[in-house]
Design a protein around this ligand. Structure first.
Ligand code: ZN
Ligand code: ZN
Length: 589
């Protein structure tokens, strides 16, 4: 287990002739290869199949697919060894289309493919996103009797995860009699990259129980999955395991650790990892900067960015998104303006829509609505950028400028009519502006278009297990206790001054249309569950996939008082640390 490729088919006997040695010395360099080729022709060995095969694999490695193909055409009746070499080498050196074409030629020449051909050509299909051809080759795998070859199966698992067909990938994976490390890694990362973090984590536990030794590729995927759902228990375990087993914390693994700690709410630990890394590339710096950013530590973001500019690698566009968005959230308007200017002036990076969004958000939050509006008009003329207008709308709502808000929302709907979120926002802004006739109209329009809102959910990790709650969720075995506990909790909150929000506004989520629903939002259920299941003094950590609504935000402040607990909620945009009745975002999110 663990070897990446099956054994190569045997070489023909002439492999080690003096001419072969000369070829090896020439190596994958086009000019010397052509000289050797000319010499072979002159000396009369230009037709040796073994030599030509070696020559064309080296030509392909040298990057000359044209020369490779001309050499191939000079061979009469190509045999399985030649095809083998060609399919493998073209797949390996990034000529996936040629790899598939040679495979086709081989099959039509009635030469049976072997497991080595299959692993190579399936990889080529994945590289090319040739999903239909790949499925066809899966049929060949079965017809030629390689359905239970673990190398071919591992290649198929990778192919199907990269085709977003996780169901088939898992079927192939499950029937593997001997699951290779490559197959485990492909399946786990396939889940993680397609947003199925819980499945990735579940499979990792299965791997542990199967006594397969993970490697750093496994850890990178598992840490990313932990980051997605806020599974800090497992994340810390992975870190300890890495240290105990003496794995090298290279820049990729280090960055994954920074991201995991920051996303799981432990920014101090993230910084420790960052400081301990010997080599730090732009991704590591950016992970640390955005780690501070999601916690609202604007000052630290600006300081670290300054350090990066003086000692670190050149920032990229993602770094600038992280810095600008942190400036927006922390109200650092002057710093943000300077950062934007330096982006193009110093680094030659042209700001894109994502940077414009941050700037509009920054100006808008600070109440500079006119400046934000002007900025949009000046910078987004060429392309309609709905996200920029959404940020503008948020600012109008925050500063209660409903007339401008209505204008912005209507414009937004005209440039991006298929997005359900825009209808919700337009409806809300009409409601806030007191134009109830319009609210009704927008809702009807939305129903007429069959637009559905996203479903919200919250997750919480207790004893290394992640639990997921949706609004009014009654699927949990202890539902009665959870609801009872939450009801009691909300009673206590009311006694200390909490008042549920009755604003007639639609929320971003399907969840929250009625008052009843407001009461059982997923984050409230997850918090109730957390309080029930953990001891006094333990911090409650929740991850919500959408933005928290204002009512939940206000309720959780009260919950932190009546339960005397620290509660950390990560929503779509940022972290909220609730403690003693206030939130770290200062209600500015
Ligand atoms: Zn809510
Ligand atoms: Zn908050």
């Amino acid at each position: 287990m663990g070897a990446k490729q099956p054994p190569k088919p045997h070489h023909p006997p002439t492999s080690h002739s003096p001419a072969y040695e000369v070829l090896l010395r020439a190596g994958p360099r086009l000019k010397p290869l052509q000289q050797v080729h000319a010499h072979l022709i002159v000396s009369g060995s230009g037709r040796s199949r073994a030599l030509l095969t070696k020559l064309l694999t080296l030509a392909c490695a040298a990057g000359s697919i044209g020369y490779t193909h001309r050499l191939f055409l000079s061979v009469s009746n190509p045999d399985s060894f030649l095809f083998n070499s060609l399919i493998t080498v073209t797949s390996k050196f990034n000529f996936p289309l040629d790899s598939i074409l040679y495979y086709r030629r081989m099959v039509s020449a009635n030469i049976s493919p072997c497991n080595y051909n299959f692993t190579a050509v399936i990889k080529s299909c994945a590289d090319l996103s040739a999903f239909g051809i790949g499925r066809g080759i899966h049929n060949h795998v079965i017809v030629y009797g390689f359905g239970s070859d673990s190398y071919v199966q591992a290649a198929l698992v990778t192919f199907y995860t990269r085709s977003y067909d996780l169901g088939v990938a898992r079927k192939v994976f499950d029937i593997m009699p001997e699951k290779t490390l490559v197959a485990w890694n492909s399946m786990i990362s396939g889940y993680e990259q397609n947003g199925f973090a819980n499945e990735a984590i579940g499979l990792f536990y299965l791997m542990k129980n199967s006594h397969v030794e993970p490697d750093s590729t496994t850890f990178v995927s598992v840490l990313a999955a932990c980051a997605q759902v806020g599974a800090s228990g497992l994340g810390c375990w992975v870190h300890e395991y890495v240290l105990v087993k003496g794995f090298e914390v290279n820049v990729v693994l280090g960055t994954a650790l920074i991201n995991m700690y920051a996303r799981c709410g432990n920014v101090i630990k993230a910084r420790e990892v960052f400081d301990s890394m010997k080599e730090k590339n732009v991704f590591a710096w950016t992970a640390m900067i955005s780690g501070y950013g999601v916690h609202g530590y604007g000052r630290q973001v600006v300081d670290l960015f300054h350090e990066m500019r003086t000692h670190g690698p050149k920032p990229n566009k993602i770094t600038f998104v992280a810095v600008l968005s942190a400036c927006a959230h922390a109200g650092l308007v002057d710093e943000g303006r300077l950062v934007l200017t330096s982006m193009e002036g110093e680094y030659g990076l042209v700001p894109g829509v994502e940077h414009h969004v941050c700037v509009v958000d920054m100006l808008g939050r600070a109440g500079l609505l006119n400046e934000a509006y002007r900025f949009i008009k000046e910078n987004t003329l060429k392309q309609p950028a709905p996200a920029v207008w959404t940020a503008m709308l948020g600012a109008c709502k925050m500063h209660k400028n409903f007339d401008l808000g209505v204008e912005v929302a209507e414009h937004l709907l005209s440039i991006d009519p298929e997005n359900p979120g825009h209808y919700v926002m337009l409806s809300n802004i009409y409601a806030l502006a007191g134009r109830m006739d319009r609210v009704e109209m927008v809702r009807n329009k939305m129903i007429g278009k069959y637009l559905r809102k996203q479903v919200g959910y919250s997750t919480i990790e207790v004893d290394h297990k992640t639990y997921m709650f949706s609004m009014g969720d009654k699927s949990h075995p202890e539902t009665t206790e959870i609801f009872q506990y939450l009801d009691d909790l909300m009673c206590k909150c009311r006694e200390t001054g909490y008042f549920p929000s009755h604003e007639f506004v639609m929320h971003e989520v399907e969840e929250e249309e009625r008052e009843y629903a407001l009461r059982y939002h997923s984050e409230k259920l997850a918090i109730a569950f957390g309080l029930l299941k953990t001891g006094h003094g333990e911090v409650i950590r929740i991850v919500k996939n959408l933005r928290m609504c204002e009512d939940c935000h206000s309720a959780i402040k009260y919950i932190s008082v009546v339960s005397d607990r620290e509660i950390i909620v990560r929503d779509k945009l940022r972290f909220h640390h609730f403690k003693d009745g206030s939130c770290s975002c200062m209600d500015y999110w």
